[in-house]
Design a protein around this ligand. Sequence first.
Ligand SMILES: Nc1ncnc2c1ncn2[C@@H]1O[C@H](COP(=O)(O)OP(=O)(O)O)[C@@H](O)[C@H]1O
Ligand SMILES: [Mg+2]
Length: 381
Amino acid sequence: MATLTLRDIRKSYPGAAAETIKGVSLDVADREFVVFVGPSGCGKSTLLRMIAGLEDISGGELAIDGVRMNETGPAGRGLAMVFQSYALYPHMTVRQNMEFALKLAKLPVVERRAKVEEAARILQLTDYLDRTPRQLSGGQRQRVAIGRAIVRSPKVFLFDEPLSNLDAALRGQMRLELARLHNELAATMIYVTHDQIEAMTLADKIVVLRAGRVEQLGSPLELYRDPANIFVAGFIGAPKMNLHPGRVLDTRPDGVRIALDSGPVLDVAVAGDRLAPGAAITFGARPEDITVAGTAGPDRLSGRVVVVEHLGGQTLVHLETDSGESWLVQTDGSSTIAIGDTVHLGFDGTVSHVFDGQGQAVPRLHRHDPSAEAARIRAVS
Ligand SMILES: Nc1ncnc2c1ncn2[C@@H]1O[C@H](COP(=O)(O)OP(=O)(O)O)[C@@H](O)[C@H]1O
Ligand SMILES: [Mg+2]
């Protein structure tokens, strides 16, 4: 068992004007894979280092398996951390690197060997145990760093951007290996990244951080489907959600009628009780939720195509409106749309988003069909 509880955790660095972590509360369940995601500098590493015991906690409480840990040193917390810079000992073999901590802990040779060999098997490093780091690829070195964590049988694994130093193809491959590893070890894991695709593909639960605060917390699908605010809407999902200004014309029980600044008048199925006619809003539509229509119309957006990206299975069409807004539409792979074409876009009011003047999501009235959502997520990752 390994659960973690964070209650109103705060961090002030001496001399810093503002708190770096401004009250984070979170429950991590046993065997859960939790990902902290957010832009560079938002406090992800600070929060992880506070959990690890490498950084003092200025306020709030951290508990592991229900026991307060604020005053316990790193060694007493039973956690193991894997960093972006894997910092292997260059003159030691893979085996020696992996067993180093066990040797320090004075574990008998037989047990040490068994643990290293089991970790090597899990990480597919068995044939590399007698090599030095210099004789390994970047991905293999990062696996050795993970192996050093595995041999210690920690209660919780902590990862700080472990894949950031790898090239794109290797990152994709290591991502799958981490998912497999989580499954095989059945361990609790907390993983920090600025890459929302890593967050979407690995997490049971995503914690979106911004400037030391939790913007939203939920499963990848919840965040994708129902982003709580403009920040999360723009951060989760690739290609990004289209977000453009408009205003409220009218509110009714079955939704809200809005006029986009770029022209179209749309009925969106969101709860309008918080919105007054005339209120400024931001409209949001994911590129795959927009259709290319044959003709112009009062509920259609017309624009000129400026870039077409043929990805094979799908085509990304970038267009610009007369008013100067940029929109992105995802359409099928065989699309014949070309640069310079004028296209007309149609919107689905049941899957579109509306954000109020404070950037907070206006609750949607319809739930998505889960299988359609799963297909959408596959398209994203
Ligand atoms: N030891 C430190 N002393 C003072 N400020 C720090 C220290 N470490 C990090 N910070 C500041 O805290 C903020 C969050 O940093 P960090 O947790 O590393 O962000 P992230 O990992 O999300 O990129 C940054 O503004 C950074 O400059
Ligand atoms: Mg960091």
